[in-house]
Design a protein around this ligand. Structure first.
Ligand SMILES: *Cc1c(COP(=O)(O)O)cnc(C)c1O
Length: 421
């Protein structure tokens, strides 16, 4: 399948931004035009961060040039405009994840901060004898905060095994889930292997034992339409920068009654209702969890990224991306000495592989010299690498703007690197 052979179901809503009727959105992303090491850029490091469309860049610039002011407090027109834009972005995030109420959307720096928020706020509600259940494929952001919580409270961190195919070992999951499990924290999609986890089943099972469930979602939200109410999770965390938005902004969805019952995390301005030197009455949701001046420009940019996604024929673009990933997997498999790491039944965006003749870092460097950006190493998932018995992988990760030419260049690039090594 090529870009030109497929026509989009819905026309582009912004005149001039897309080639009419085509599923090529790369023209919206100025950075994709640059050269790297004298070569056109083939950007295949989208699981680390995605590039930003002009629509997001313009929204951030528009905020700073047009109505930069602090939110919620001041008594002037620009502050009202900034507050409206910031709260408007919260409403966009609410609709984007299908939450019932925008009070359930807490702006954070990203996924990492969102998970740390939940882990910190649970400190008083768990103790010795309680268990936090994760899996061996989690990102360090979904491991370390729970280790810290367990150290503070005497609770135990339990990790469900991952199979050699790179999937959650469901037998082990059901053996380790039980009445002691107070929280299940699991990735929607693995950033290291691309495995799509059966989160619906996992959530139902965990809630059957009265456990809370947090879904680590940054690899999913750009690709899979997420509906937190349909999923039935208690918390869902994601980052703006992995879905065409700015860095330094992300969100935590949490069910209102749970967030209401949790104590606040950071103290400061905005999260208070009334302060005396002796004590503080906390503000209501969501502000209780948003101490200090927030990343207003980031929220505006995230809102613009959500609008941009909404303007795209997302299902068709995803099908196109899936075809690219499948082609990449199949072509890589045909290269002598290449081993695909993880063969999950359901894969999204990511192909991790090894070449038996050389170290991943050397391949990364040789690909970079050809303008092909991939990631090499453990991908913030060292326990998963340990489990698979490897130090790391070469990871090519795709997004909605990648093209068949990026796949061709990856394959040719790996072949060329093999000649060198
Ligand atoms: C990127 C990522 C994180 C961490 O996100 P930050 O934006 O760095 O906070 C956590 N989990 C997964 C699965 C990720 O892909």
């Amino acid at each position: 399948m090529t870009a030109s052979s497929v026509t989009a179901g819905t026309p582009a809503t912004r005149p001039g931004s897309h080639h009419a009727g085509q599923l090529d959105i790369s023209g919206d992303f100025p950075i994709l035009d640059r050269l790297v090491n004298g070569q056109p850029l083939a950007y295949l490091d989208n699981a680390a961060t995605t590039q930003k469309p002009r629509q997001v860049l313009e929204a951030v610039r528009g905020y700073y040039e047009g109505f930069n002011s602090n939110v919620h407090r001041a008594a002037h027109a620009m502050a009202d405009e900034a507050t409206a834009a910031f709260e408007g972005a919260r409403e966009k995030v609410r609709a984007f994840v299908g939450a019932a109420d925008s009070r359930e959307i807490i702006f954070t720096r990203g996924t990492t901060e969102a998970i740390n928020l939940v882990a910190h706020c649970m400190t008083e509600s768990i103790g010795p004898g309680d268990e936090i259940l994760i899996t061996e494929m989690e990102h360090h952001s979904n491991i370390v905060p729970w280790q810290m919580l367990c150290r503070r409270t005497g609770a135990e961190l339990v990790a469900c095994r991952v199979t050699h195919a790179g999937e959650i070992d469901l037998e082990d999951f059901y053996a380790k889930l039980g009445p002691r499990t107070r929280l299940l924290a699991v990735a929607h999609v693995s950033n290291a292997l691309g495995t799509v986890n059966p989160v619906g089943d996992l959530i139902r099972a965990a809630r059957g034992f009265g456990a809370r469930v947090l879904i680590d979602g940054p690899q999913a939200v750009l690709h899979i339409p997420v509906d937190v109410r349909q999923l039935g999770c208690d918390f869902y965390a994601f980052s703006g920068h992995k879905m065409f938005g700015p860095t330094g902004i992300g969100a935590l969805y949490g069910r209102a009654e749970l967030l209401d019952a949790l104590p606040p995390w950071q103290g400061g301005g905005e999260m208070i209702e009334r302060v005396t030197i002796e004590r503080t009455e906390y503000n209501q949701l969501p502000y209780k969890f948003e101490a200090g001046t927030p990343n207003i420009a980031g929220a505006v940019g995230l809102g613009a990224a959500i609008d941009y996604l909404g303007s795209l024929p997302r299902a068709e673009l995803l099908a196109r991306e899936e075809a690219l990933v499948e082609t990449a997997v199949n072509r890589l498999k045909q290269l002598p000495g290449v081993k695909i790491v993880g063969e999950p039944a359901q894969r999204l965006s990511v192909v991790s592989f090894l070449v038996e003749t050389g170290h991943p870092h050397d391949f990364g460097t040789l690909l970079d010299q050809q303008g092909i950006a991939v990631r090499t190493g453990h991908h913030c998932a060292m326990p998963l690498m340990d489990r698979l018995g490897i130090p790391g992988t070469i990871r090519a990760s795709f997004s909605l703007y990648n093209s068949p030419s990026d796949v061709r260049r990856l394959i040719a690039g790996v072949e060329k690197a093999m000649d060198f090594i």
